[in-house]
Design a protein around this ligand. Sequence first.
Ligand code: IMP
Ligand code: MG
Length: 175
Amino acid sequence: MRPRVLIPAERIAARVRGLGTAIARDLAGGRDAPLLLLALLDGGFCFVADLARALPLPDVEIGFLRTSSYRGGTRSTGVVEREPVPAVAGRSVLIVDDILDTGRTLAAVRGDLTRAGAAAVRACVLLDKPARRIDPDGRADYVGFTIPDVFVIGYGLDHAGRFRHLPDLCVLDDG
Ligand code: IMP
Ligand code: MG
């Protein structure tokens, strides 16, 4: 299997800067508590690291939540395993994930945060694959790139734990 570049690192960097500007303009945080970026692991680790540093805001909190809906393959299992969300009562939360696929992950985490009393829950994903959407509650307020139904790796996204280190977003070709 050979990675073929879909979106090069320079285009990702430019788009992340644009997202940071838009998010900072819209979500400066409340008077009492800063905006909480809740990054979904493992796939969101590259994206949140770059997005957080692209936010021109004086105060931001970053938290991490491990979620999993894939077991080594390239198709979602349909069950979203996830850790309990942190204490977010009254907080403005931005979920940060690598990719919006069936929508089940974002729908599940959004529901957990709402039940935990968050004042506002929004989501930012680097990639959106609308062709694969199953759960309409899995929607994102900020999207980096909309892509067709291909399996992508790199910039944090993996195939069976591999290829997360690639700086470009790539598609796996056979051969
Ligand atoms: P959803 O719950 O189906 O929306 O899936 C979201 C999660 O599935 C993402 O956070 C990714 O971890 C994973 N995922 C979905 N599509 C891909 C892909 O093309 N490559 C790698 N991981 C993916
Ligand atoms: Mg993920």
